[in-house]
Design a protein around this ligand. Structure first.
Ligand SMILES: C[S@@+](CC[C@H](N)C(=O)[O-])C[C@H]1O[C@@H](n2cnc3c(N)ncnc32)[C@H](O)[C@@H]1O
Length: 328
């Protein structure tokens, strides 16, 4: 079950995590309480954390483009940090958030509420699958963010156990385009599909995707779900939970899916050292081409992980803009 066990409260600094020392809408020191199923923010290593290293640069890139999100939703919020980042950076005022488990959602709600300075932010939370808990409760949304897991669970794993639902996904019954299934990006496709009717025209989905498959395949998701797609930001991460994740990809690669690719960490460090995530987004395809000589398959990456080596992967934030239905 795991609902009762609270981890010790984590404290996250917006200065380190969001690169914002003087926050205006959220507390200057963020206290978070988590259930043992809440996705664990990497409080000691912002470079390895999805919100700090992926969501925040993407939100800042939108804000620099003049795009704010008074109506914001996130799918699979985990600890609720992505919501706090959206309130601060995108000035979110009506916020929808979901996650699979009741206890994760309850902690996220508490974490969001207790760290807001702006008491007028309206919270619409619901536990359940993808956006289903928000249907009929939010509309005309400006930005929907998601950082959903990719790897289909094999054998007798249990999504209700600990951190499992942050990495693995259940077998789905919906119709999924073959390329999305082969590339293990099924939940990102379904999230795009479900988001469409909740967005205003011109509203967008930011899909945060570990780019272990070609960017062309990631971009194809937007078109397949009826959006105009582009890569907003491009960055990299050290592979977290490497045994589970690289092991999962290697297993599916052996079954004929993918192929998936990883890179040595020093190669990624040097390729991205002089470029911001937004500038890298604008030249993502060229960067991917430059990196291609260093690609390591999932099976080879697993062998390195088993020897104690670190591997990394690129991360793309896919920006899918809802176009008028008449333009489809
Ligand atoms: C990698 S974590 C990201 C958490 C948070 N958004 C962040 O960036 O720190 C993925 C989250 O998605 C949730 N999740 C997985 N499958 C889901 C689904 N079908 N519907 C809603 N949430 C889901 C997990 O429970 C987990 O909290």
């Amino acid at each position: 079950m795991g609902t009762e066990i609270d981890r010790a409260e984590l404290v996250v600094s917006p200065g380190e995590f969001f690169g914002i020392a003087d926050t205006e809408r959220i507390r200057s020191s963020i206290g978070l309480k988590l259930s043992d199923r809440s996705y664990l923010p990497k409080a000691d290593e912002p470079r390895a954390d999805w919100v700090a290293s992926v969501a925040v640069p993407a939100f800042k890139t939108l804000a620099h483009m003049g795009v704010l999100a008074p109506r914001f939703c996130t799918i699979g919020t985990g600890a609720g940090l992505d919501v706090l980042a959206a309130v601060e950076i995108l000035h979110a005022r009506t916020v929808g958030f979901t996650d699979l488990h009741d206890d994760v959602l309850a902690h996220a709600r508490e974490n969001i509420q207790s760290n807001l300075l702006d008491r007028d932010v309206q919270l619409v939370g619901g536990s359940g699958d993808l956006l289903a808990p928000l249907v009929g409760k939010v509309s005309e949304v400006d930005v929907i963010y998601e950082n959903l897991p990719n790897i289909p669970m094999a054998g007798n794993g249990d999504l209700a156990e600990g951190q499992t639902s942050s990495t693995f996904i259940a077998q789905r019954n919906e119709e999924i385009p073959g390329f999305a299934e082969k590339n293990l990006v099924t939940l990102h496709y379904l999230a795009l599909q479900q988001a469409h009717p909740l967005l205003r025209v011109g509203g967008r989905v930011l899909s945060s995707i570990g780019a272990r498959v070609p960017l062309s395949e990631i971009l194809a998701l937007s078109g397949a779900a009826g959006y105009n797609g582009s890569i907003l930001t491009y960055t990299w991460k050290v592979q977290s939970e490497p045994h589970d994740v690289v092991g999962g990809y290697a297993q599916w690669e052996r079954e004929g899916l993918g192929p998936f690719h990883f890179y040595p960490v020093d190669v990624l460090e040097s390729a991205f050292s002089d470029v911001t995530p937004a500038a890298a987004g604008a030249q993502a395809v060229q960067l991917e081409r430059d990196l291609s000589a260093y690609e390591i398959s999932a099976v080879d990456a697993l062998a390195r992980v088993q020897k104690g080596e670190r591997v990394g992967h690129t991360v793309a934030v896919l920006d899918s803009v809802r176009i008028p239905d008449s333009a489809l």
